[in-house]
Write a protein that binds this ligand. Structure first.
Ligand SMILES: Cc1cc2nc3c(=O)[nH]c(=O)nc-3n(C[C@H](O)[C@H](O)[C@H](O)COP(=O)(O)OP(=O)(O)OC[C@H]3O[C@@H](n4cnc5c(N)ncnc54)[C@H](O)[C@@H]3O)c2cc1C
Length: 542
């Protein structure tokens, strides 16, 4: 073929310019000395924080651990203003990183990768974009995000709606004005519970369409505690970060190593009240060790939250609708809110239970459920994402023997460590399915993958190795392990997007790795130390 012997256009093509793409670009360019081209659909950096500009959009990880850690100077220089970083602030942080490390010169914005094909004769990837680019690279690395394909449900009649409608995951850059409007929010996942209280304060009337009642924990958001950051975090940053890297969820917090069932009811209540008062991820993260694996232990926490809902919401009928009884706490993505339940005490807010009265259609003037017709000026879809695999399937990715990724993953994603998938040599996924990814504080997992991939690429360069591919047996064993560790957990007891349950027709497979960030890191390190066990390294091609 024409390409034989011809050097590729780039050593590496990276897709996406969020945390993953930016970090990968910097690492490979600055430390590996490789040529890198990044393609990004959006017209700026930021990924999640570029697209999700809905009111109330905020990160649930505390700001001092939701950041890059490769630069000591950056860690010391950057000051977050909020306890939890809000969307505009994360976006300006990522813009700062892009400028400070001169990353934009290798990013082509407004460019969507449409296909990527592995050329077997040269072991190169050929990448095509919607802007007409067609380039080759030795390596293809996806930094496309786990939750970056918004899911607008296929409801009859949406085209006929005469008002405005938005999805939280692709929110307009201009301010959306809710004043004087009758607004519907469909969905009570993370984006819903963040946006509902803010929209309620601005709209004339807000109707929330709820399918699943949720457990949510107060964030206790506020301005950052400067004394804590200056005295406890900044002087000890490396120690704090190491703790996060070797933890279960990527947060520097200690879990209570007792069982919820071995303490007295009073001690348990005291622990839950303390966690509730601290709020946020600490409520779950620092709690008893068996909440996520023992249903009886979990019941004590689930009931604690239900009691809080009973206390917070005044109307008994609304309380009944809000009480989550069909799944245990922590079986779906943990939610952290500001004034969510209080919002249902407002005069201008109503809750519509669409599990009992499903939406039939969207009409020119609003929404019709089985029981009633409602009129709206605006509909907000807070309906989440086609997570973990949706964004991959929007591209035509083809490996050896023209195998398409979509076909290979038709029964659910299959990977080795969430980093590679058999049949797709020299392609890596940052936080791919089968890695801790969405079950963790993601920058910790993203950076771990960035470093691991960059080290492997260096190892290959040093050893004149041209291609790397996961071994079939290693992949099969890893997929089995991912399933095995998920099986006894609460995660299997809910219809969640972790299981693909929010997307009609999607195979029901638990996609992230639940074994913990620290254990996973250890495993990846051991594999690398053993000469990249489970990967086939080939010096022969090209
Ligand atoms: C509302 C919301 C709240 C969140 N809260 C938290 C939190 O509290 N804690 C936490 O750890 N994580 C949170 N996350 C997860 C968040 O996605 C990650 O923390 C992190 O931002 C992911 O970075 P990324 O670079 O991997 O992916 P993303 O930020 O999703 O970036 C991927 C980029 O790839 C681009 N892209 C995709 N396909 C293509 C293509 N074919 N061609 C070109 N470009 C493409 C996209 O445009 C996007 O810009 C949240 C996510 C959302 C949506």
């Amino acid at each position: 073929m024409a390409n034989l012997g011809k050097p590729p256009d780039f050593d590496v093509v990276v897709i996406g310019a969020g945390f993953a793409g930016l970090g990968m670009l910097r690492r490979l360019r600055e430390e590996n000395g490789m040529s890198v081209q990044v393609y990004e659909t959006g017209d700026g950096v930021g990924g999640t924080w570029y697209w999700n500009r809905y009111p109330g959009a905020r990160c649930d990880s505390e700001s001092y651990v939701y950041c890059f850690t490769f630069s000591k100077e950056l860690l010391q220089d950057w000051d977050w203003s909020g306890k939890y970083p809000e969307q505009p602030e994360i976006l300006s942080y990522l813009n700062h990183v892009a400028d400070r490390f001169d990353l934009r010169r290798n990013i082509q914005f407004n460019t969507r990768v449409t296909s990527a094909r592995f050329l077997e004769d040269t072991s190169l990837w050929e990448i095509e974009t919607d802007q007409g680019d067609r380039v080759t690279a030795q390596f293809l690395i996806t930094g496309i995000g786990c939750i970056s394909s918004g899911n607008v449900p296929d409801i009859k009649g949406l085209d006929s709606f005469q008002g405005e409608w938005y999805h939280t995951g692709s929110w307009p850059h201009e301010k959306v004005d809710f004043a004087g409007k009758r607004v519907a929010v469909i969905g009570t996942g993370s984006s819903g519970i963040q946006s509902i209280p803010v929209i309620a304060e601005q709209a004339e009337h807000l109707s929330v369409f709820q399918r699943t009642p949720q457990y949510t924990v107060p964030a206790r958001h506020g301005t950052v505690d400067r004394k804590f950051i200056e005295e406890k975090i900044k002087p000890n940053y490396e120690e704090v970060l190491e703790k996060a890297r070797w933890s279960v969820g990527g947060f520097p917090i200690d879990r209570d190593e007792r069982s919820a069932l071995e303490v007295t009811a009073e001690e348990r209540l005291e622990a839950y009240e303390a966690g509730w008062a601290e709020g946020g991820i600490r409520f779950l993260g620092a709690s008893f060790k068996d909440i996520s694996v023992d249903r009886r232990a979990n019941d004590t926490m689930s009931e604690f939250i239900r009691n809080k809902i009973r206390e917070m919401v005044s109307d008994p009928e609304t309380v009944e609708k809000l009480l989550p009884t069909d799944h245990p706490f922590g079986s779906k993505r943990p939610l952290i809110d500001t004034n969510y339940f209080d919002t249902y005490n407002r005069e201008n807010v109503e809750l519509i239970d669409i599990r009992h009265s499903p939406i039939q259609e969207i009409t020119p003037n609003g929404i019709r459920t089985e029981d009633e017709e409602y009129e709206f000026d605006m509909i907000v879809f807070a309906t989440g994402f086609d997570a973990m695999t949706g964004t991959y399937f929007k591209m035509d990715i083809r490996g050896r023997n023209d195998l398409s990724l979509k076909e290979k993953w038709s029964e659910g994603p299959k990977t080795y460590l969430g980093l590679q998938t058999v049949g797709f040599p020299n392609m890596f996924m940052i936080t791919g399915p089968g890695s801790p990814s969405v079950l963790s504080n993601m920058p910790v997992s993203i950076e771990q993958h960035i470093d691991w991939i960059a080290d492997l690429l260096q190892f290959m360069r040093d050893g004149d190795i041209k291609s790397v591919e996961a071994d079939e047996n290693a992949e099969t064993a890893w997929v089995a392990h991912v399933n095995e560790v998920a099986e006894p957990t609460m995660y299997m007891l809910a219809d969640s997007w972790y299981l693909g349950a929010n997307i009609p027709g999607k195979p029901r497979v638990f996609m992230p790795y639940v074994g913990g960030v620290g254990n996973y890191r250890k495993k990846c390190n051991e594999i690398a130390d053993n000469g990249y066990e489970g990967f086939i390294l080939d010096a022969g091609r090209r």
